[in-house]
Design a protein around this ligand. Structure first.
Ligand code: UFG
Length: 357
């Protein structure tokens, strides 16, 4: 039996592939490379010494996706694929609703048809909107503030309706806080298109000399030093959370929601300082206007995941900075090779591809 991973070439997806392969799972990755590159999967294969069955498919193409269900023995799905840029979602809401929501419906319809009813879904702390109080528990009020956030919230609701209509479904919804860091090998990491929107990739691009200085959005929040506070979580800890969430739904029925965060908040200035300490690289910055829609403070209560998944984030902010920097400094331009893969194919290592049909 195999695990289907949508969006498996992306930042969190690729790290989760590594953890699943290391746990002995066989995986099938579906990705359209809209925000990722084939090179990440080759490196996953190289890191683990394992094969990855791969299909380059857009999830909106139901007939192509159906073939994946027909041709394989899929046991469960981890669904990462989706668009994730908040600002872009405000400008192109329909693109977000179609890409994120329609594709999830298509995926779930096929899962239902082929009786694959175990799903781990990639949600986000964005569903809490502007939190009224911290730490944020899973039962805290939900309110998405932009189209991207609404797609996550709507998908969560769709999945709940699906479960209530058919309790054979077993679903884990994982609400990520702020994933940063990279695999400690420096082989895989975050590789955003264009100028990064998020703090850590922006910092590493400044550190590597590709951007001049960090702009810190606001200094008058009611926080320790006036800058925004977030719960940064190492992507490898997050990836391990997916393996445990999968274990959970293999063992028990129901729909489960978990925060995946460390439970500790760091301000922007604290992150800059942790990065400088961990790497010895100075980050020039200037303070600018707050970014619209940003909360002052956001951090998780992660106790439910600890209790029910036996999951705890182990890596420190120092580890996160060190690993982000190892990835960026060894790969200043991210994944540079961008050759075509055969479709479908078996990815075995950096340069060994076997056609799969
Ligand atoms: N920040 C800066 N300068 C930058 C980028 C960010 O000062 O160049 C600040 C932000 O104002 C915020 C903090 O750094 O205080 C973190 O910002 P990010 O953009 O890295 O992350 P967000 O918390 O805004 O959003 C992230 C993801 C969302 C997700 C959310 C969940 O980008 O997709 O976490 O909490 F929904």
């Amino acid at each position: 039996m195999e695990i289907l991973i949508t969006g498996g070439a992306g930042f969190i997806g690729s790290h989760t592939c590594v953890e699943l392969l290391n746990e002995g799972y066989e995986i099938i990755v579906v990705d359209n490379f809209s925000n990722s590159k084939p090179e990440s999967l080759k490196r996953v294969s190289k890191l683990t010494g394992k094969l990855i069955k791969f299909y380059q498919i857009d999830l909106l193409k139901q007939d192509l996706l159906e073939k994946v269900f027909q041709d394989n023995q899929i046991e469960a799905v981890i669904h990462f694929a989706g668009l994730k840029a908040v600002g872009e979602s405000v400008n192109f809401p329909l693109k977000y609703y179609e890409n994120n929501i329609t594709s999830t419906i298509i995926l779930c319809e096929l899962m239902q048809k082929y009786k694959v009813k175990k799903l781990v879904f990639s949600s986000s702390a964005t569903v809490y909107g502007m939190p009224e109080k911290v730490p944020i528990s899973e039962g805290s009020p939900l309110k998405a503030l932009n189209p991207y956030g609404r797609t996550k919230l709507m998908i969560e609701e769709i999945l709940q309706d699906l479960y209530f209509s058919d309790t054979e479904w077993r679903i884990s919804i994982l609400r990520y806080f702020n994933p940063i860091g990279a695999h400690e090998s420096g082989e895989i990491g975050e590789d955003p298109n264009g100028i990064p929107n998020n703090l850590m990739p922006y910092i590493t691009k400044v550190a590597v000399g590709q951007l001049e200085e960090l702009q810190i959005y606001g200094k008058d929040y009611s926080t320790i030093d006036g800058t925004g506070v977030r719960d940064y979580i190492h992507v490898v800890d997050l990836a391990q959370g997916h393996v445990l969430a999968l274990d959970k739904i293999k063992k028990s029925t129901g729909i489960h929601i978990f925060n995946l965060g460390t439970g500790k908040g760091y301000s922007v200035l604290e992150v800059v300082s942790a990065f400088e300490t961990a790497t010895g690289v100075k980050i020039p910055f200037k303070i600018t206007q707050p970014r619209s829609g940003d909360a002052a403070i956001c951090y998780a209560n992660p106790l439910k995941a600890e209790k029910e998944l036996n999951w705890i984030a182990k890596k420190t902010i120092h580890d996160m900075c060190e690993d982000s920097w190892r990835w960026q400094s060894r790969n200043p331009n991210g994944y540079t090779k961008n050759e075509e893969l055969k479709n479908p194919c078996l990815i075995q290592s950096e340069d060994f591809l076997i056609p799969n049909n």
